[in-house]
Design a protein around this ligand. Structure first.
Ligand SMILES: O=C(O)c1ccccc1NCC(=O)[C@H](O)[C@H](O)COP(=O)(O)O
Length: 262
């Protein structure tokens, strides 16, 4: 595990312990049940690909550990509407505060502004967070394989499935892909970003796509900036993408989204 990820996870465990002490599982469960039903996250990606297009998960991202502040005039519902109008299949909303300046309220506001599914992009270390994610409306959660033991991943995934949510299982290399494939989820993301030095290499995706079973929805994550990048990925049979920074830096987010996947 990278030093960076170690530090992120240490803080996240402290944060989750404090949040758990403040809100009981029973209360969260009530809130989760009162939510509108989950929107099919993987299904939305698959539908775009089946229609001959690209499945874009467009990320509502204010800041990052590698770049600092990305979008000073950050406006989650406006960005969400622009992404949907531009042709995104799904949204990703970062809720981690210490490293990404995210917040749960951003997810609530973004999801209320659109009809497409939304993944809560955060570091899951406890199944309790999955229930919390559903209680604020999230349709899917992220499982980062390098952050968890096999048993923890299985518990987090089981909670998501029980709540009708999808899990995007994120890997960085072949060993992690093997571990990911022990889970039930067939929504696999390859993060092109090295969490030690933040360098990006699309070779990671190219290496792993051939190893994933045909029934997987395969997503390339991070560092993608142009239609040419997506078309190059498609040459390798990768048609779903998670993109944040390149879109969030645009004045016209809707036009930029359309230029990528329209
Ligand atoms: O974005 C970062 O700098 C980062 C650093 C450490 C851990 C995770 C990080 N990003 C999370 C993500 O997965 C990306 O936000 C997502 O893939 C979109 O990437 P990009 O299109 O490069 O903004």
């Amino acid at each position: 595990m990278s030093d960076m990820l170690d530090r992120i996870l240490e803080k996240k465990r402290e944060e989750v312990a404090a949040r758990k002490a403040a809100t009981s599982v029973a209360r969260l469960g009530e809130l989760a049940l009162a939510q509108t039903p989950p929107r099919g996250f993987r299904a939305a990606l698959d539908a775009k690909v089946a229609a001959g297009g690209y499945g874009l998960i467009a990320e509502v991202k204010k800041a990052s550990p590698s770049k600092g502040l990305i979008r000073p005039d950050f406006d989650p519902p406006a960005h969400a509407r622009a992404y949907q109008a531009g042709g995104a299949a799904c949204l990703s909303v970062l809720t981690d505060a210490p490293w990404f300046q995210g917040h749960e309220d951003y997810l609530v506001a973004a999801r209320a502004a659109v009809t497409i599914p939304v993944i809560r992009k955060d570091f899951m270390v406890d199944p309790w967070q999955v229930i919390e994610s559903r209680s604020i409306g999230a349709d899917a959660i992220l499982i980062i394989v390098s952050a968890l033991e096999d048993g923890q991943m299985a518990e987090i995934e089981a909670t998501a499935i029980e709540l009708g949510m999808d899990a995007l299982v994120e890997v960085h290399g072949p060993e992690e892909l093997d571990r990911a494939l022990k889970l039930r989820s067939r929504l696999i993301g390859v993060n092109n970003r090295n969490l030690k030095d933040f360098s990006v290499s699309f070779e990671r995706t190219y290496e792993l796509v051939g190893r994933a079973p045909a029934d997987c929805t395969f997503v390339a994550e991070s560092g993608l900036t142009s239609r040419a990048d997506l078309d190059a990925m498609a040459e390798h049979d990768v048609r779903c993408f998670l993109i944040g920074e390149a879109l969030m830096r645009q004045d016209d987010v809707e036009a930029a989204t359309r230029a990528l996947v329209g």
